[in-house]
Write a protein of this length. Sequence first.
Length: 272
Amino acid sequence: MRLALCQMKVGMSKKENVEKACSMIREAVSNGADIAALPEMFSCPYSNSYFREYAEYGDGETVKTLSALARENGIYIVGGSIPELDGDKVYNTSFIFGKKGELIGRHRKVHLFDIDVEGGIRFKESDTLSPGNSITVVETEFCRIGVAICYDVRFPELSRLMALEGAELIILPAAFNMTTGPVHWDLSMRMRALDNQVYFAAVSPARDMNGVYQAYGNSCVASPWGEFAAHIDENEGILYCDIDLDRIKKVRNELPLLKHRREDMYKLELLK
């Protein structure tokens, strides 16, 4: 299966952001993509000042647009993330669509980005957003796919649970910043792929030094052997990667780590 990661610049206009996302997905379809993924907060400037203002309900216009796009083009879409309104709460949510436009999954970011790096960046998503409370694995005709969002990657247990539920590809819409990105981005994606013997795909917004938030970019796909199968720089563009599911089987046969992890979890349950 061919995966396309749409690394797009995110501006102030929700309408223009969504139109650009759709245009990039159509381009990906024309280049043979079976699955397309968008960045974290692709419709909204990444700032607490805008999350509630740009938020939509789960049946809002952006979700309807992506659903129709998936159906019209016969492609799976991992809809990056948008601020989702539910009652008086706002979630950082990824909507996942099947080839007929049906909603096959929804991931609400579990681990909110609350950091304070001296001399670097301070950001508290929890000032505006609420956390999700579940892991997300969806069925496709190719394989099971796990979906997480950005800061979720720093908690290896979440990726481990997705792998134990059969995920062979994990897709992470993410927006690392210019403090943590240069030191932790590549390392984090390679380690989650290696730990769980999966393809791990991270899709970022393109970097815009004049924008509200400066994303690191560098969307990438790490292989189950821990090296990069595809990588892009900070500029706007579409990254393609052909996912070789047979390689996952080969690596897991050679190093049967998941088998041991399942046995370890069973032993831990017995000790409770």
